[in-house]
Design a binder for this molecule. Structure first.
Ligand SMILES: [Cu+2]
Ligand SMILES: [Zn+2]
Length: 184
């Protein structure tokens, strides 16, 4: 009797350990359910432009919310670029637009790079807010995940058609997209 109890207890413990272990594996495989980029001005705009872009899962893609201050009033092209490397003052180190499906540049509707977010419009005070759901992106997918890329804001308006970058001029600010840490 005593021995049978021990065996049962050991089996329960083993099953419990397995369940806990599996839970950890699932979390390890999908470490982020949101992503964030802390945006800073580059070159002449260093310390002038600041902001954030957050990415959360949405039906068929991701919801992007961008808040930026310190821009010149008007429209500014905004894209996800291939690399998170913002080391060059002109931000060319970030590479071209994130384009995992080999499309041409465009606006959020019609043919476009997965990273084409359109335009950010700054008001007279230089602050801008953009909120949109973008298809063809995920948070951490192997091919279409935004983590590990960057958000770049341009000097001028994106015309939403000229390949490869919408004629939006210089890159003035950017931020690397990282897995968002859980808030406590
Ligand atoms: Cu860009
Ligand atoms: Zn593009």
């Amino acid at each position: 009797m005593q021995r049978r109890f021990h065996v049962a207890a050991a089996t329960l413990l083993a099953a419990g350990a397995l369940l806990i272990g599996r839970g950890n594996v699932v979390r390890g495989a999908d470490p982020a359910d949101a992503a964030v980029a802390h945006i800073h001005g580059a070159g002449d705009n260093k310390d002038k432009i600041t902001g954030t872009a957050t990415f959360t899962p949405a039906d068929g893609g991701v919801k992007v919310v961008v808040e930026v201050k310190g821009l010149t009033p008007g429209k500014h092209g905004i894209h996800i670029h291939e690399k998170p490397d913002l080391s060059k003052p002109d931000l060319t180190s970030a590479g071209p637009h994130f384009n995992p499906t080999g499309h041409k540049h465009g606006g959020p509707d019609g043919e476009h790079h997965a990273g084409d977010l359109g335009n950010l419009e700054a008001g007279p005070d230089g602050s801008a807010h953009l909120e949109e759901t973008v298809k063809g992106l995920s948070i951490a997918g192997a091919k279409d995940g935004v983590i590990g890329h960057s958000v770049i804001i341009h000097e001028k308006e994106d015309d939403l058609k000229s390949d490869p970058a919408g004629n939006s001029g210089k890159r003035i600010a950017g931020g690397a997209i990282e897995a968002q840490k859980a808030e406590k």
